[in-house]
Design a protein. Sequence first.
Length: 276
Amino acid sequence: MTTPEDTYPPKQHIIRDLAPVIERNADGAAILLPVVPELLDDSGRLRAGSAAMIVDIIAGEYAIREVLPNWVATSNMSLQLGLLPGEGTLRARPRLLRRGKTTAVLEVSLDHLESGKSNGLSTVAFSILPGRSEFQTRAHWVEEPEPRTTFALSGSGFRKPLLETLDVRFDPTDTSVLRIEMSPYVVNTLGAIQGGVVAMAIDAAADHYATSVLGAAPSVRSLEIHYLKLAKIGPVRAQVRTISELQNGLALRVELRDEGQSDVLLTVASLILERA
């Protein structure tokens, strides 16, 4: 069993506090996420952004194994969700759909470990990049995987709700705006905000806005993210707008911009949210 204390992620990092575990056997790999109270939304279900985070982690690891000694960056992610669990363990299992010269595409299934109930399905595409560091080009943890990898260290875990831990800040005068700062706690190996954290920010912005419009806690049913550019300076601002009102919810658009890079567009996302 490996505990990568001296590699990515650093000792103080969102991935450590989430405490996922990757298990590998002859049938493939799976990542397990403990569903703890700090990760729940106002409806008592796991936040969609947390599900997107483990999808990004397990799909990314799988893709990296396919492209070594190169590296990957998430280019887009789609996520179709049923009711996410409020307790127990969420499991995500990847499979390769296609690997080309410049891209790799994977499908990731989500289910509740304890009940076996299906919770959703995701498709993730990656751009294949040259390895930029010794950690990336000499990833022995990838070349020689062990049966089990745990990310939590002694002292890892949440002491306050997820959005407070990420220091997400909602604009007090505009329910459509959210900001998140750059910090070592949320960055990836490229020095940019980690793709799963981007999904968490999008989910949080959409949830906050939809709650104000619907007057009730919503649940994400569909999330489509296109990663256009890396966030390198910050703060990153998420802006939400309504695409369409639905019978029991909203279709929303979210744009992320880097205020430290002259408001450059980083990410665009579309979501379907229903009243929980």
